[in-house]
Design a binder for this molecule. Structure first.
Ligand SMILES: *[C@@H]1O[C@H](CO)[C@@H](O)[C@H](O)[C@H]1NC(C)=O
Ligand SMILES: *[C@@H]1O[C@H](CO)[C@@H](O)[C@H](O)[C@H]1NC(C)=O
Length: 402
């Protein structure tokens, strides 16, 4: 390079610095900043906020509003200022909680971006009601690690569900005759329903309408209450004998339940109790477990007398048998991802099978006194759409408890 060109270059550069610029995301990097990053547990993730600006901007990283640049206690966070990078190694469930924010600033301005990490293989759990305790079984861990949720005073927990929005588990206790809730770390224990409950064995959270539905074999009713414990209402009380399992489909505004009484059947109704219809009566004897595949739009059920797991479309068409071997008095049934999970009455294991092929049957956990079971993705809301859109039938079911 000749001296002359070098001088020209120097002048250009100098002139450049004179035009100061606030920080801007570096579009030359080509990749847009993502909001949500999905990472497998145990891996390393690099969050990058490449930017330009003059003077060269500085970068700061925050987690839940706290500066993490200086506090690298566990040695898993590596910050590279020059390459705009925060690398987090050995990703665990806890990295999926609060989001990470980069702040890029110079004298002329400040920009920022927030990343939320979704840790896969860590967020899928089975919640289990087991006599005097609740348990959480991690479906992401190879050995299906299970832990007791530390809650006092449970006597006979029967049914359980989870609200992904606020992170509360709701369960029924058929001995103390209450419905309660708590977070999965055992905090925030609260009674939700304490009067006029006798034998509530089915429970379902409407995570969109913010309501809790339950069946009661004792009072022979299906009721609803706001998640905060207000505005209780009886929705169905006629022609119910032993209402048992209950699931809701808030995106369409329908609920589904089983009745294993004198006239056994599986029914559906709008979530305000209207439009009640019988879906199945033929070859239904003790229908116990019920689950919705929100993605494939199917209803699954287990029958403790025919000893079968069956499924069908949500309108009752396309009925099929998934499994009819080696089942003995199914008590509870649930579905997540590609698998159906169930417990048997008096059985000592939780099993699973592929939801359409009936293959890959596997024992997940061996434990006694298994009752209600619900598989949930604690970081995701399945089947979530806005129920108030006109093509979803408006908001009529939400006014059930207004
Ligand atoms: C991020 O940027 C937004 C929009 O400019 C601003 O309102 C917010 O305060 C910034 N956050 C932080 C942590 O600097
Ligand atoms: C009840 O069914 C009727 C006829 O199928 C339908 O027009 C109406 O929207 C349904 N109501 C609810 C609340 O789903």
């Amino acid at each position: 390079m000749s001296m002359k060109i070098l001088v020209v270059l120097l002048i250009t550069t100098t002139t450049g610095t004179a035009v100061a610029r606030p920080p801007e995301w570096d579009s030359q990097e080509g990749n847009q900043l993502q909001d949500v990053i999905t990472v497998p547990r145990g891996s390393t993730v690099k969050l990058r906020c490449p930017a330009t600006g003059d003077p060269r901007p500085t970068i700061t990283w925050l987690r839940a509003g706290q500066d993490i640049t200086g506090s690298d206690r566990d040695g898993r966070h590596k910050i590279r200022i020059r390459s705009w990078t925060l690398a987090i190694s050995e990703i665990t469930e806890s990295d999926g909680g609060s989001p990470y924010t980069c702040i890029v600033e110079n004298a002329l301005g400040s920009i920022n971006h927030t990343f939320k990490l979704i840790v896969t293989g860590a967020s899928e759990v089975l919640l289990l009601a087991r006599e005097d305790e609740l348990r959480m079984i991690s479906l992401g861990s190879p050995d299906y690690t299970n832990v007791v949720v530390p809650i006092e005073g449970i006597q006979r927990a029967a049914a359980i569900d989870y609200d992904v929005v606020d992170g509360f588990a709701y369960w029924t206790d058929v001995e103390t005759e209450v419905i309660r809730r708590a977070r999965l770390d055992g905090s925030g224990v609260e009674d939700v329903v304490t009067t006029q409950v006798e034998s509530p064995t089915g429970i379902a959270v409407d995570w969109i309408g913010r309501n809790l539905y339950w069946t009661d074999e004792g009072t022979q009713r299906i009721e609803v209450i706001r998640l905060d414990g207000t505005s209780r209402k009886v929705l169905i009380y006629e022609n119910l004998d032993k209402p048992r399992a209950l699931v809701v489909d808030p995106s369409e505004g329908y609920m589904y339940w089983t009745d294993w009484g004198e006239d056994p059947k599986i029914e559906k109704a709008a979530m305000d109790g209207s439009n009640r219809t019988v879906l199945f009566k033929r070859s239904v004897h003790w229908p116990n477990g019920l689950a919705i595949d929100y993605t494939a739009r199917k209803l699954y059920w287990g029958d403790a007398r025919t000893d079968k797991i069956e499924y069908a479309n949500l309108d009752g068409t396309g009925r099929r048998v998934l499994l009819d071997e080696g089942l003995s008095h199914i008590f509870s049934l649930t579905l997540l991802g590609n698998h159906v999970y169930w417990t048997n009455l008096g059985g000592e294991s939780i099993e699973r099978v592929h939801k359409t092929t009936g293959a890959d049957r596997q024992v997940i956990v061996e434990l006694s006194d298994l009752m209600g079971l619900r598989a949930v993705n604690v970081q995701k809301t399945e089947g979530e759409t806005n129920p108030c859109q006109p093509n979803n039938g408006g908001c009529s079911h939400l006014s059930a408890v207004s």
